[in-house]
Design a protein around this ligand. Structure first.
Ligand SMILES: Nc1ncnc2c1ncn2[C@@H]1O[C@H](COP(=O)(O)OP(=O)(O)OP(=O)(O)O)[C@@H](O)[C@H]1O
Length: 254
């Protein structure tokens, strides 16, 4: 039993694509209602690890893990766990905004409709609440029946976050959510992450050191499949313990 209740934990986690080992003995515990950033050079395993947290890698042929991932202390890889239920709890936002070719409204309520919810009042209320949470409501309230694809890239990404929030997750995984966005849209998403952590546990993969510094409470530095260092973001950026971390965050490689 851990002394503290962590939201997400990996214990002795190894991950493989066929015979290639992408993650090596990862041990980490992430706090609830905090932002954890994953940083590290390309190919070090950040996305692989992020995707193990809601079993997104299950789709990949030849992928397997050893060890445990715990959500609220419960192993998410046991037979009893229903992956669709898990993904309601652990939502995901991707690098490129990926709204469906449907209206703004239909995008936000998509997950609810999949669950069989048809009550118009519930759908309308959830759409508004979710869009308000992502500070998008005022921008789209008159465009709810217009195609989501007509929104700007930054609006589309906030719509995708609203879509994830509509099904009431407790964790949101974000895989480089701003890498396809301009600086103003990026700033809006960063502000949003700051707001959302009051209610949600957020894990974000980012290549942008300044972003990690701005938005996260804790940072994990990965290198060639290993977790080299995990600490409070301020500590990591001011006094990293390992030389590799120091070299990476100061831009000497990566
Ligand atoms: N579907 C896959 N099949 C085989 N190998 C893969 C697959 N996806 C990733 N890998 C390999 O696993 C390793 C980790 O990849 P991953 O995408 O997790 O790294 P990353 O740190 O997120 O990189 P980036 O910052 O470039 O997105 C890499 O060597 C990559 O080539």
């Amino acid at each position: 039993m851990s002394k503290k209740n962590y939201k997400l934990e990996a214990r002795n986690l190894n991950a493989f694509y066929g015979s290639f080992q992408a993650l090596k003995d990862i041990n980490i515990a992430m706090e609830e209602k905090a932002v954890t950033a994953f940083i590290g050079p390309s190919g070090c395993g950040k996305s692989t690890f992020l995707r193990t947290l809601n079993r997104m890698n299950d789709y990949i042929d030849g992928f397997r893990i050893e060890g445990d991932i715990l959500l609220d202390g419960n192993d998410i890889y046991t037979k009893e766990v229903r992956v669709d239920e898990l993904r309601k709890e652990v939502g995901m936002v991707f690098q490129k905004p990926n709204p469906f070719p449907k209206t703004v409204f239909e995008n936000v309520v998509y997950g609810l409709k999949i669950q069989g919810i048809k009550d118009k009042k519930i759908l309308t209320e959830t759409a508004e609440t979710s869009l308000r949470k992502t500070a998008l409501w005022d921008e789209v309230k008159d465009k709810l029946d217009k195609s989501a694809l007509a929104l700007s890239g930054g609006q589309q990404q906030r719509l995708c976050i609203a879509r994830a929030l509509a099904i009431s997750p407790s964790v949101i995984l974000m895989d480089e959510p701003t890498s396809a966005l301009d600086p103003i849209s990026t700033a809006k998403i960063e502000e949003l992450i700051y707001e959302l952590k009051k209610d949600y546990t957020i894990v974000i993969v980012t290549h942008n050191m300044q972003q990690a510094g701005r938005v996260s409470d804790q940072t994990a530095f990965f290198y060639m499949g290993e977790l080299i260092e995990f600490s409070k973001t301020k500590t990591m950026f001011t006094s990293p313990k390992h030389e590799r971390t120091q070299n990476y965050i100061t831009g000497r490689f990566g």
